[in-house]
Structure formats: structure tokens, C-alpha cells
Write a protein that binds this ligand. Structure first.
Ligand SMILES: Cc1ncc(COP(=O)(O)O)c(C=O)c1O
Length: 408
């Protein structure tokens, strides 16, 4: 059933979110914070999670081979070879109960960002009326597209604090029946950005039971799944049964294959939801150029470049282990490529960010910019900085040495 929020309820939903600065891009806020200062040393930018490792070697050749396809409008759902490659990769990587059907259970995305945003809008229409104000649950801190999508969907954003105390994953036991009964969808991210925490299969099983019982969707952001230290992170699809009901997972080549500019990802999961989502995408989503989908086919067929990528990140975490030790509450995260450092003792996250930039030329982002205030006024990101280890090893080591010197 299609339900669209009335403008007044959308306005009400918007007003339920914290007003002011928090609506804005964390990076726009960071630019403003640092505008009055000059970097004290040659700038090292560790604020944006844009991978700087080399592109896979095959990109140019595949693009050249398919150049004529720039003369065609791409279909919203993606070319069959791409959907087949994505389905086969999911099966190989996660040993699912069965291979997702490329025709009904996979759609190409123009990177996972737009996919996550539009999924919230599609979810509100697909799930239909709830018992109470429709809500979307979000981890807090969170990737900004989740909140933007929630707002566009006319739903109330319910922020679930992810803190050291709960292992940096939303505490499912804290959710009361009234909230679950009005839930349209929950966003989960594993590995999580910014903390790098990873959900276990048991976590996904519990979440799936709640989703089935209360009839909401799990929107599982798994774009960091290939960047991990020891064990390969699990997928929500592994706990989604044989029909993947109520589960949609989001993947991307941006982090896995160092192709953030390619803008290719995919969604996989519940065929009924994907049908509704595709109808919206067919009129509203950015399509993915066909030659780029062919590059993605080659990328999903190759794991060598992914292993090399993981090796490079592991080397940088080895450096962080050595240089940071246990300072700032540092613990090597299970996944992702960010450090989430407690700098409360250095005047708070904004003050530490300014000091690092002004005295050390290192640009990071305050944790509070990646989060919203909870109803009790606390901000679960406050007191932390996020350091994205996207530069090469030498530059990263230099930045971490400066960090330890400046925040001493
Ligand atoms: C947690 C998370 N999800 C999704 C994205 C979107 O990535 P892309 O649109 O490049 O696939 C990012 C990008 O930084 C991210 O950190």
C-alpha cells in the first residue's frame, strides 16, 4: 500500500529532529570550524573517508572496451551481467542459503549513498501505516544519508546511541514495543562508520526476528564489509532466511575497490520490497552508466585487488597500534578504516580538531558532527574525533605522530 506523508506531517517530522546545525553536512560544518585557521604544518587530510589507494589495474581497459555504451540510456535496474556478478559475489563471499535472483533480488545503485537515501522513502511507502507516527531507527552517530532519507520519507528519526557501553551497535534490547510497532525501517551499519564495530550473526538474527514480528525493514549498510582486520564481517542476508524477507543490504565498490568516483553499488534482498523500490527508482534515481557497470562486473570477479587493499589498511592499523598505544581509548576496530578517538580530555572534539589542524596540520572531523543530540541532550559523538586512515602508510604515520605530539 502506498502512503505518502502529508506536507504537515512531513513538517512535523522535520521539527522532531534537532534544529539548526545538525541538519547540515558534517563536512560543511568542519570547513566553517577551521576557516579562521591555517594548517600549522603541511596539510594531511584525514577527515573524508575517500580511499586514496590505487585503482584496480583493469579499469581503463574495461571502460575502453565498452565506451560505445555511453551512447545508451542505462536501465534503472542495471544490466543483467552486473546483477549476475553481484549475486554471484554475494554467494561466494557470504555463503548464503541460496544465490539471490539477479532479476528480482538485486538492483544497481549509483553508489550506496543515493540508495540508502531513497530506500527510506521507498520503505515508508512499502511498509504503509503504522501504529503511531511512522519512525525510522538510526544508529547515532550515523552516515548522513540515513537521516536525510528519513526526513524525505516524512518519518520521525529515532536515534539509537552507539557507545562504548553497547559495543558501538544499537542496543536492540532497549527498544520498547510501542516504538517497534511504529517502526518503518531500521538502518544498521556493519562495519560501522565511524567506530568500526561489527555485528555478529546472533545480532542479525535478533534484528530479523524483530523485523518479522513488527513488520519493518532492515536497511543494512555493508559498504565497509571488505575492510577488516581478522574475521570477515557477516551480512544481514545470512540471517534473512530463504526468502530474504524484510532485509535489504547495501554494497558499494567505493571502499572495497577504491572506486569512490565510479559510483557503483547495489542493493540485494527482499524481492517484494525491491519491486516497490525499483518503481520509485525508475522515475527518481540516478542511473548508472553502462560502461561503469562493466567495470563493476570486472571488479566483483577479482579479489586480488581487494586483498591487497586490506593488507594496506592492516599495515596502517599496525602503525596506529604502535604509535597510539592505548591513548585516547584507542582499540583496533574489527572493521572499516577509521579511528574513533576519545579526546574529551583535550577540551572536547571541536577544540581537539582545531588544535590538530592549527598546530599539526592534520584535518580530522569532530565526532559530534557525525551524530545528533539524544532527547536527554547528550551527543554520543561528543568528545571523539574520527580519523579516516585513507592516505598512504607514510603519510598516515606522520599524521599519527603529529596527533600524539599535539594532543599530549
Ligand atoms: C557508512 C557509509 N555508508 C555509505 C557510504 C556511501 O558510499 P558510496 O555512496 O560511495 O557507496 C559511505 C561513504 O563514505 C559510508 O561511510
Amino acid at each position: 500500500m502506498v502512503v505518502s506523508a502529508s506536507p504537515s506531517s512531513a513538517r512535523a517530522a522535520g521539527s522532531l529532529e534537532a534544529a539548526g546545525q545538525s541538519e547540515r553536512s558534517p563536512f560543511a560544518r568542519l570547513t566553517e570550524l577551521l576557516a579562521p585557521y591555517q594548517p600549522g604544518e603541511k596539510l594531511i587530510n584525514l577527515s573524508v573517508g575517500e580511499p586514496q589507494h590505487a585503482l584496480p589495474g583493469f579499469v581503463g581497459e574495461v571502460l575502453a572496451r565498452h565506451i560505445a555504451d555511453f551512447g545508451r540510456y542505462p536501465m534503472a535496474k542495471g544490466i543483467a551481467p552486473f546483477r549476475e556478478a553481484a549475486a554471484a559475489w554475494l554467494m561466494r563471499r557470504f555463503a548464503l542459503p541460496r544465490t539471490p535472483d539477479p532479476d528480482s533480488e538485486i538492483l544497481v545503485l549509483n553508489g550506496s549513498r543515493e540508495g540508502l537515501f531513497l530506500a527510506a522513502v521507498a520503505a515508508a511507502r512499502y511498509v504503509g501505516p503504522r501504529s503511531g507516527t511512522p519512525a525510522i531507527l538510526l544508529p547515532n552517530p550515523f552516515y548522513p544519508a540515513y537521516a536525510a532519507g528519513t526526513r524525505a520519507a516524512g518519518c520521525e528519526a529515532v536515534f539509537l546511541p552507539t557507545t562504548r557501553a553497547n559495543g558501538f551497535l544499537p542496543d536492540l534490547d532497549s527498544l520498547d514495543a510501542a516504538t517497534l510497532a511504529r517502526t518503518v525501517a531500521i538502518f544498521v551499519a556493519s562495519p560501522a562508520n565511524p567506530q568500526g564495530s561489527v555485528a555478529t550473526t546472533a545480532y542479525y538474527v535478533k534484528l530479523k526476528q524483530l523485523a518479522d514480528r513488527y513488520g519493518f525493514l532492515i536497511l543494512s549498510d555493508e559498504c565497509y564489509s571488505e575492510i577488516y582486520t581478522r574475521e570477515a564481517p557477516r551480512s544481514a542476508l545470512q540471517a534473512a532466511g530463504d526468502d530474504f524477507r524484510n532485509v535489504a543490504v547495501f554494497q558499494s565498490l567505493s571502499k572495497r575497490s577504491n572506486l569512490p568516483g565510479l559510483r557503483v553499488g547495489f542493493v540485494a534482498g527482499d524481492a517484494n520490497f525491491l519491486q516497490a523500490y525499483h518503481e520509485l527508482r525508475n522515475v527518481a534515481a540516478p542511473q548508472v552508466p553502462v560502461p561503469l557497470q562493466h567495470v563493476a562486473v570486472a571488479a566483483y570477479a577479482d579479489e586480488t585487488h581487494v586483498e591487497e587493499n586490506r593488507r594496506l589498511y592492516r599495515l596502517k592499523f599496525d602503525l596506529a597500534d604502535q604509535i597510539l598505544g592505548s591513548r585516547y581509548g584507542y582499540q583496533r576496530p574489527a572493521g572499516g578504516f577509521c579511528l574513533w578517538l576519545d579526546v574529551a580530555a583535550f577540551g572536547g572534539d571541536e577544540a581537539a580538531t582545531v588544535k590538530l589542524f592549527r598546530d599539526g596540520g592534520v584535518r580530522v572531523i569532530p565526532g559530534s558532527y557525525l551524530a545528533r543530540s539524544q532527547p536527554d541532550g547528550s551527543n554520543p559523538g561528543a568528545g571523539y574525533i574520527r580519523v579516516a586512515m585513507v592516505q598512504d602508510s607514510e603519510t598516515t604515520a606522520e599524521a599519527l605522530h603529529r596527533l600524539v605530539r599535539v594532543l599530549a
